[in-house]
Ligand binder design. Structure first.
Ligand code: ZN
Length: 148
């Protein structure tokens, strides 16, 4: 996507090539699977919850650069957070990538690199797949999450 700003593109590519926390957690006590049929992105998110807190997080799967980079950066941003805090970050992230609000861009830190995605509606599903999957894992839902 040459239209995305170069710096942002660089961060996304870097994360998609070397995703963080890319592992199936042996210690996981909650997990969920997510699928974006529009693009073929497919991820499993693993959580090791300590009460209400995300002690460990990992993900595995396959997808486009945006979906993978988003999953990678998601794991970094919610690790150590409570369920409520993680949901709040997702809410802000969702507003950012859908172009509804840029007011929390600064609070989102590195996640702000995805703001350009709002110009590409099809890509919004790629960017949010891992987050929807995280939400399902947090809720302990067993059914597969689909963006469609
Ligand atoms: Zn995708």
């Amino acid at each position: 996507m040459p239209e995305l700003r170069d710096l942002y593109q660089e961060v996304i590519l870097e994360h998609s090539k070397a995703p963080r926390n890319y592992k199936a957690l042996e210690s996981a006590n909650q997990k969920a699977e997510g699928y974006n049929p529009l693009c073929g992105d497919r991820f499993t998110v693993y959580l090791e919850m300590d009460g209400d807190k995300i002690r460990e997080i990992g993900f595995q799967g396959a997808g486009c650069a945006i979906s993978k980079a988003s999953a990678s950066m998601m794991t970094q941003s919610v690790k150590g957070k409570t369920k409520a805090e993680a949901e709040r970050i997702f809410e802000r992230f969702h507003k950012l990538v859908t172009g509804h609000s840029h007011e929390h861009e600064a609070e989102l830190g590195k996640l702000a690199v995805f703001s350009g995605v709002s110009e590409f509606p099809v890509r919004v599903k790629c960017a949010t797949l891992a987050w929807h999957t995280l939400e399902a894992a947090l809720e302990g839902k067993q059914e597969k999450v689909s963006t469609e």
